[in-house]
Design a protein around this ligand. Sequence first.
Ligand code: BTN
Length: 257
Amino acid sequence: MDDKEIKQTLGTKIFGKIFHNFQTIDSTNIYAKALAQTGGQHGTLVITEEQTSGRGRMGRIWKSEKGKNLTFSIIVHPTIPSEKFGIISLMAGIAVTETIQSITGLSVLCKWPNDVLLNRKKVCGILCEGIFPLDKPPVVVIGIGINVNQREFPHELRESATSLLLESGKDFDRTEILGQVLSSLERWYDALETGETEKIISAWRAQNYLLGKEITIDHNGKHIKGVAGDISEDGGLLLQAEGQEIKVIAGDITIGR
Ligand code: BTN
């Protein structure tokens, strides 16, 4: 993806107007966080063809074949209370889901907290990281990895990961996908900042893959089993467990007990 292509395709007001485009970098989230700490502006995009230390949730690694997929991060300066920052990653999930649905026509679902699934396999992962300086307002880095044109996955991911190409049999223009995700993200971000969180939550609810499923949540060494319900106003997952409703704010989900 070259700079000119990115500039021509972006139809946003702010998101991606400033961008840093790399061939290879350790991780766009790491770079964006460093940038955010030294004055990186709201809406700045960091994108790369290859990450040497791509980061996933819960300390995992994000593997993505060079030049085939999308790996990028956006810096945002939220003005909403930090207790609601969980909604930012749901919002990113909706932006990706909307884009994939409109580009491929396939039905896409979100697995709480922030995986995007096609045919029950993961096509996109989202890692939102907050920075809370003592003397300045907080900043959030939204990291998004979308598997676009990758044909082969490492052995350990074959059962669980997929790409747009594998699910649709077609190659996709990555810049066009980037443009649509950023436009959608910007629209949802405006909704978040103008207090329309209910709109975001209901859009997410409509794609809730886990709803009604028996799941196990692993968090800080604890395992909680139950039936996944709705999501809460602040983006937590409501779980029916032992006759009670519990709100879970983080964790790793396995389907089944
Ligand atoms: C997950 O599913 O665990 C989250 C994966 C997030 C991957 C993206 S790729 C771009 C950005 N930079 C990173 O190092 N990680 C995120």
